[in-house]
Design a protein around this ligand. Structure first.
Ligand SMILES: [Zn+2]
Ligand SMILES: [Zn+2]
Length: 155
């Protein structure tokens, strides 16, 4: 009991991390799974905040770091049947086909041009007012991204 309390005190002051690495193994082992999940397009670690999941008809799931990579991944996968992505504001999973995409805002969360995804059009507009960019549906976003890949001229 006393030992646990002392360890907690040490952990709070950061000393356990420095002096007794073994004592914090339990908290760091939870991270291994997160780190094992990398983007199928660019190999960046996948963050839950911006994750984009492409489900294939054979039951496999491909994960991308953000909607930017996710949409490219989806257009490459011939047997993709469903895609889900995280709502940037609320963090829950939404259907990629019905989402609103804010492209090229000043909020660079992952890949550039940044693509933020929202479940509601009014949320997307709020972010657009604050950070600029343009709002598209999924098909338009795909065209926009593949266009940018070929010519970097912008406007
Ligand atoms: Zn990626
Ligand atoms: Zn990304």
């Amino acid at each position: 009991m006393t030992i646990h309390r002392d360890l907690n005190k040490l952990a709070e002051s950061g000393q356990v991390l420095k002096k007794h690495g073994g004592a914090v193994l339990s908290s760091s082992s939870g991270r291994v799974q997160e780190e094992a999940s990398v983007c199928a397009m660019c190999r960046k670690p996948v963050s839950q905040r911006t994750v984009f999941i492409v489900k294939l008809d054979n039951g496999e799931e491909l994960r991308a770091c953000c909607a930017h990579c996710g949409l490219m991944l989806q257009s490459r996968s011939q047997n993709a049947w469903q895609s889900l992505t995280a709502d940037y504001l609320f963090g829950h999973m939404i259907s990629a086909g019905q989402a609103f995409y804010l492209i090229g805002s000043e909020l660079n969360v992952c890949c550039v041009p940044s693509v933020l995804v929202f479940g509601s059009g009014s949320d997307a507009e709020k972010f657009q007012k604050g950070f600029g960019g343009q709002i598209f549906n999924m098909d338009e976003t795909l065209k926009h991204l593949s266009g940018m890949m070929h010519m970097h001229s912008g406007m």
